[in-house]
Structure formats: structure tokens, C-alpha cells
Design a protein around this ligand. Structure first.
Ligand code: 3H9
Length: 703
């Protein structure tokens, strides 16, 4: 028997235990072990029932995601789970932690399921660009119905045990020792002389309505999962569960899986799965380094940002004190926080009691002295260097030794801010994205003197407040906003050249961006970027067309959604964006006045100019050491900027286009557009000319 899977028989009950930490993934050794266990059982008569359980913190969390890159070796999951299901005696799975993907597929190939009351059970394969490929697309509809199976798999969200019970996905919930409960069920089945209860023999209960169900789901996918292949293919496989024999259905599932596994969508999503976890691996931060405890937090500034950040901490039970200069600001800020929580209560995602608990954790003060016992302060005031310096000097005077001083700046030089304190090693950038209580990204900005344990504490804190923390070094805009700068510049310039905002945003949204950049400016307030440029004149090039549209709109007070007009008008009752012929005419006139040659950029040109300029800037960030890895940039963009995950992020996307293709196009733009913006970054040039990729560059730098 392999080490990772053990088989024991006691009192005529066989127990198969998978012990492969951390998540008991169904990798090759686990599959070999399971195969050996169930092949062995097939030849034995000394047992009447079987329990399958996993050691450690969770039931099997799915296939080994890394194995898709190398190709899946025999035994394949499908064949293995058929073997489990074929067992002549009842097989009971004991589920705890998260049963996901192939883990859930193993569970439903077993004949009965007992779940711990905290267990969660799901099929998240679409998040990896594939479909359940270990029998799940055929067994799940048989077990819970076609529509419920479609719901489960399309959502990719695991079900809590109670919901799984309601759907018939599990048979019992255990409040306590799940292994003991599974054993008790196995004993009961053995005593009754029960035989196997195979999912494959069940009928799809709503199979008669398959055509309608699938048609409705197709419409849902077309609307909500644009440009994706795996959800469309999933519906094909699910339809097969109602129309084909089980064996034919498995063959269909397997054929579809093979097509999907190596396609760009799946490769992109696998890349992000690992990239999301690699962001925590930072040179200089070894396993021996200890993070500082964060028991109490201070926030400076009761505005939208400060309030959102305070909520992040209250949500995990950490007390927060918000300090502001005026009582009216504090009252307004606390009022907004309460309203936000009230919305969660009315949506049913929080109880009234939880609301009071969380609000009760957020204190307010006009006095910096109230921060004398905090472990971390996050300053979230206007982007004004002088103001921030003043605040940091005050903080330096009151904070206890060892406290961390964070700034939520999105553009300012953190080294300069750190210099006003006597403890620059404790200063760090913590760049949240608005709304801070919702957006999953946190840029952690390591200043020149930031201590390694401060960086580690920030990474741990990000995880604790359920954010993806990505480390950046100091530069104007850090990783995210610095790459947005050329992206937005091109988008705006094309409007001066003669494109409409709809054409620009439409092309970007068709590519898959959650929202076109001009519509984003309208949502955030057009003056935000404008004011940043005013505050940083040294970053503004000698170009009258540079972000000229934003300047005009700001000067007219057309600041976007809040003014009812910006790039678009927002005066219909549903506040949907609508074309604004007046704005279009003003911008086109301005383009002519500035002598900009009119162009009618095609959809492809719009996408290339926006996306390639961003990629070129990303290459500079890598070369300057601002970003540690190309994959970190991909995490920043997919977590914080609405970049489509199924394209893997800007740098992964660049690899799929081919760096030479992008390099050549940039050289062409250099000839036909403003040459000051279109010089290939040296790293892009180097990689393009040797036929390499950003992924290879990352691999070469990995320690
Ligand atoms: C599938 O099942 C396909 C089948 O239908 C068909 C087959 C033919 N594989 O996230 P954590 C690693 S597709 C490989 O930090 P947590 C992870 O990289 C699969 N590695 O812990 C990390 O490594 P490191 C469907 C995996 O407690 C370490 O384990 N299943 C896998 O925050 C700890 O992970 C999924 O999509 C894996 N499947 O969260 C589930 N899972 O320390 C994916 C984890 O070196 N997994 N690792 O960075 C998860 O959602 C979370 O890991 C989980 C635990 C919730 C389980």
C-alpha cells in the first residue's frame, strides 16, 4: 500500500484513508494508492462496507492542478472513480473541510456521503477553464437534478453542508466527529445487508425538461460569461447526462475535457491559480521570520477610503479607531459605514447582531493620543505630500515602539514620507482600492527602508482581511496605476483623433475588461486623475493632447456619473450610460484644434494601443525591479482592475499573443503615432528578439 493511501479492515468495515497534505489533491501517487486499495477490496470478502476519508484539514480539494500541464498519467480519475463506484459493498465518504472538483467527484462516486457540518462541497472547475472531468458532469445531474447541477457548476461556489443535504448531495450531516458518523452509517448499512447505491444507475430527475433547462442556461452563459468556452462546453456535457447512456456521457465528458485542458483559457486560469499564491513568496522573507501581531488598528481619515479600510478590520473582529480633524467628518464616516452594513443585512449576508458587533468595533476620535496602543495605523487622507508628512510626524510622536505606519497613497513617494519619522523601517505603503471593503486587491509598497518583518506582517494582514496582497517597490503609481497611465492615455487620445467613447470602451469590453476605461473614469470621478496630474507636474509630458479630454471635462464640471455627465450622459431613469453627441463634438473639435491627425481606429487598433502600451510599461516595471514577477502584475490586474481572468492578466496575455508580434506592432506605432510613447521597453525587446516569454523570464528569476 502506498504511504498516501492506507487500507485497514476492522469489524468487517474497511477504511480507506487518503493522507496527502496539504489538501489531499488527487495527484498521481494518491490515484495509484486509491486504485490499489479498491482493486485489493475487489478480491476480498472480509468486509461488508467501506468508509473513504481524508486525513488533515480537508477532504480531497480536487485534481492536482499542476498535472494538467504535464498531462494526466494513468490511472485517470474517471476510471478510478468508476472502480470506486463498482465496489460490491456500500461505500461511504466522510467529508470535512472543502470537497472540491475531483474531491466532490470521488464523493459522488461513493454510494453514500456524510458531511461535517462545516464542510463545503463544490465543483469549481470553470474557474480553471475546464469542466468536471472525473464523472462529475454525468453523476451530479443524476444525484441532484440537471438544473441544480448546472447551478452548482456554473457558479463555481461550494455549497455549505446544510444546502448539500437539502439537495440530496449528502445523506447526513455530522455535528462532531465526521469519521465516526461515517463509520456508524457504514455499520448500519452492513447490518442491513445493504448493497451499493450507485449514482450512475440513477435517472436525471428533471431530464425530461433538459432542452428548456439547457437553453435557459445557454442564455445565462452568453450574457454573463462572455468570451468563455468552458461554460458552453459544460452545458454540452450536462445535456449529455440526460440524453446519453452513462458510458457515452463519460466519453463525451472526457473528449470535451481533453479539448479544454490545453486551451488558452485553461492555461491562463491555471497560471493565475498559482500566481495568486506565489505573490506571498518574497526574497528575504524566510520561514524563520516572524510577523508582528496586529491586535488593534488606527485609521487616519474618515472618508470613503478610511471607512472602507476600517470595515475590513471590523469584519475580522479587530478593533479600529478612526481619527479625523472634524467631528462632522467622523459622524459622516461612521454613518456611511453603518449604511454599508445595513445594506448587507437587507441582502441577508449579515445579521443585525453582526452589524452591531462590527460597528461596535469601530471607534472614532479627534485626538492622535487615542492611537497610543495600536499595532498598525493606515493613513487614508488626500493625496497631498505636505499633509501626509504632517500626519506621519504626529504619528511618530504618539505610536508605541514597533507599531507599523502604513500610508494608503496611490502615487506619492513613500520614502519621502518615511523620512519625517524616526522609524522609516516601520513605514510601508498599503494601497487599497475603492471600495476598500469590497475590492480584493491590496498593493503592499515596500519602501527603501521597510523592514522585512513589516513586509511579512502586511502580507499576513492582507490574507487575514481576505485580500490579495501584491508587493511593489516605490515608483509613481506603483504597479497598477503606472500601467494604467499609458492605457488611459491611448484611450483618451483616440477620442481626440475621432473615435467615440462608445467605440473605445466597446472594444475594451469586447476584449473582456469589466468596464471600458472611459466609463471607469466617469464612475470614479474624472477629476481624480486630473488632480493627480496637477499635483505631479513632473510626470506630465510635453504634449498638449495628453489626457486633454479629462482636463476639458473637469474644467466644465462634467465629472462623470456624480455630475450626470462626463464621457457619457447618465440622465435616463436607470442611470445607464448614453452617448453624448455634444461631448463627442467638443473632443473632435479639440483634436483638430491641436492639429492631431484624424484617424478612425479599428476595434483591433483600439485594443492593441491600450493593451500593448500597458504591457510595454509592465516590462519596464520588471526591469526596474518595481514588480518582482510578471505573474505578480497579472495578479494586480485581475484582482484590482477588471482584467479578464480567462486571459491570464496582461503579461500572460502578451505571451499568448507572442512578444515579437507586440514588439513589431509597437515599432509600427512608433512610426505612425507619437514616437515619444512608442519605444519598446528594453526587456520586451530582448525577450521578443530571442523568441522568449515573460513566463520564461519569471522562471529564470525564480529562486
Ligand atoms: C479538478 O478537480 C478537475 C477534475 O474535475 C478533473 C480531473 C481530470 N492542486 O490555497 P492554499 C496547493 S480541478 C495542486 O494556500 P487554503 C496550493 O497551491 C481542481 N495544488 O490553502 C498551495 O501550495 P503552496 C479543482 C493545490 O487553505 C497549497 O496547496 N479544485 C491544489 O487557503 C495550499 O493551498 C480546486 O480548484 C490543487 N487542487 O485553501 C481547488 N489545491 O503552499 C483549489 C491547493 O505551495 N484549491 N493546492 O502555495 C483551493 O481552492 C484552496 O487551495 C483550498 C485551500 C480551498 C483547498
Amino acid at each position: 500500500m502506498s504511504d498516501v493511501v492506507t487500507l485497514s479492515v476492522s469489524d468487517r468495515i474497511a477504511t480507506v484513508t487518503i493522507n496527502s497534505p496539504p489538501v489531499n489533491a488527487a495527484d498521481h501517487p494518491v490515484r495509484l494508492g486509491l486504485q490499489k486499495a479498491f482493486t485489493g477490496l475487489a478480491g476480498r470478502t472480509d468486509f461488508d462496507a467501506v468508509v473513504v476519508l481524508c486525513a488533515g484539514r480537508t477532504f480531497m480539494a480536487g485534481a492536482d492542478i499542476g498535472e494538467f500541464d504535464t498531462g494526466i498519467a494513468a490511472p485517470h480519475h474517471q476510471d478510478l472513480f468508476n472502480l470506486v463506484e463498482s465496489c460490491a459493498k456500500p461505500v461511504v465518504a466522510a467529508l470535512h473541510g472543502t470537497a472540491l472538483g475531483a474531491g466532490t467527484e470521488l464523493a459522488i462516486a461513493c454510494h453514500y456521503r456524510v458531511a461535517d457540518k462545516g464542510a463545503r462541497i463544490g465543483l469549481p472547475e470553470l474557474t480553471l477553464g475546464i469542466i468536471p472531468g472525473a464523472g462529475g458532469s454525468q453523476r451530479m445531474p443524476r444525484l441532484i437534478g440537471l438544473d441544480a447541477a448546472a447551478d452548482l457548476i456554473l457558479s463555481s461556489k461550494p455549497l455549505p453542508a446544510a444546502k448539500a443535504l437539502e439537495l440530496g448531495l449528502v445523506d447526513e450531516i455530522a455535528d462532531g466527529d465526521v469519521a465516526a458518523a461515517a463509520l456508524a452509517l457504514a455499520r448500519k448499512l452492513a447490518a442491513e445487508g445493504a448493497g451499493p447505491r450507485r449514482t450512475r444507475d440513477m435517472a436525471v430527475k428533471d431530464g425530461g425538461k433538459a432542452a428548456e433547462i439547457i437553453a435557459a442556461r445557454r442564455a445565462q452563459v452568453a450574457k454573463t460569461m462572455r468570451n468563455r468556452t468552458s461554460p458552453v462546453k459544460l452545458l454540452e456535457a450536462l445535456a449529455g447526462s440526460a440524453s446519453l447512456s452513462f458510458e457515452e456521457g463519460l466519453k463525451l465528458e472526457s473528449d470535451i475535457s481533453k479539448q479544454l485542458e490545453q486551451a488558452t483559457e485553461a492555461r491562463a486560469l491555471r497560471h493565475l491559480f498559482f500566481a495568486d499564491r506565489e505573490v506571498r513568496k518574497i526574497p528575504g522573507i524566510g520561514p524563520d521570520l516572524k510577523a508582528r501581531p496586529i491586535r488593534k488598528v488606527g485609521i487616519i481619515g474618515a472618508g470613503t477610503m478610511g471607512g472602507g479600510i476600517a470595515m475590513c478590520f471590523a469584519n475580522i473582529g479587530t478593533p479600529v479607531t478612526i481619527v479625523d480633524t472634524a467631528q462632522a467628518n467622523l459622524d459622516r464616516g461612521l454613518g456611511v459605514i453603518r449604511k454599508n452594513y445595513e445594506r448587507s443585512v437587507s441582502r441577508g449576508s449579515m445579521t443585525a447582531e453582526q452589524l452591531e458587533q462590527r460597528v461596535g468595533l469601530i471607534g472614532a476620535s479627534l485626538d492622535y493620543a487615542s492611537l497610543s496602543d495600536v499595532d498598525l495605523v493606515i493613513e487614508a487622507v488626500f493625496e497631498k505630500m505636505e499633509l501626509k508628512k504632517e500626519i506621519f510626524a504626529k504619528l511618530d510622536a504618539v505610536l508605541p515602539a514597533g507599531a507599523i505606519l502604513g500610508t494608503n497613497t496611490s502615487t506619492l513617494d513613500i520614502d519621502e514620507i518615511a523620512k519625517v519619522t524616526k522609524r522609516p523601517a516601520d513605514v510601508i505603503g498599503l494601497h487599497f482600492f475603492s471600495p476598500a471593503n469590497v475590492m480584493p486587491l491590496l498593493e503592499i509598497v515596500q519602501a527603501a527602508k521597510t523592514a522585512p518583518d513589516v513586509l511579512l506582517t502586511a502580507l499576513d494582514m492582507a490574507k487575514a482581511i481576505k485580500k490579495t496582497g501584491v508587493v511593489s517597490k516605490v515608483c509613481y503609481g506603483f504597479i497598477g496605476n503606472r500601467m494604467m497611465d499609458p492605457y488611459g492615455r491611448e484611450a483618451e487620445h483616440m477620442v481626440l483623433e475621432g473615435a467615440t467613447p462608445e467605440q473605445v470602451d466597446g472594444a475594451l469590453e469586447e476584449f473582456g475588461m469589466a468596464m471600458g476605461i472611459l466609463a471607469v473614469y466617469d464612475m470614479a470621478g474624472i477629476e481624480v486623475g486630473h488632480n493627480t496630474r496637477l499635483a505631479n507636474p513632473h510626470m506630465v509630458p510635453d504634449d498638449a493632447g495628453f489626457y486633454r479630454c479629462s482636463t476639458i471635462l473637469t474644467e466644465r464640471g462634467w465629472l462623470g456619473q456624480k455630475s450626470g455627465r462626463g464621457y457619457y450622459r447618465y440622465d435616463s431613469p436607470d442611470r445607464k450610460r448614453a452617448s453624448d453627441p455634444e461631448v463627442i463634438a467638443i473632443m473632435h473639435e479639440e483634436g483638430k484644434r491641436l492639429g492631431i491627425s484624424p484617424r478612425a481606429p479599428s476595434k483591433q487598433e483600439i485594443q492593441e494601443r491600450c493593451l500593448y502600451s500597458m504591457i510595454n510599461e509592465g516590462a519596464k516595471l520588471l526591469q526596474e525591479g518595481i514588480a518582482l514577477r510578471a505573474s505578480d502584475i497579472d495578479v494586480v490586474y485581475t484582482a484590482g482592475y477588471g482584467y479578464p481572468r480567462y486571459r491570464g492578466g496582461p503579461m500572460f496575455y502578451a505571451d499568448t499573443v507572442g512578444l515579437k508580434v507586440i514588439y513589431d506592432r509597437i515599432l509600427e506605432f512608433k512610426k505612425t503615432l507619437d514616437p515619444q510613447y512608442w519605444t519598446p521597453a528594453p526587456l520586451l525587446e530582448e525577450l521578443a528578439l530571442k523568441g522568449s516569454t515573460f513566463a520564461a523570464w519569471d522562471a529564470g528569476n525564480r529562486k
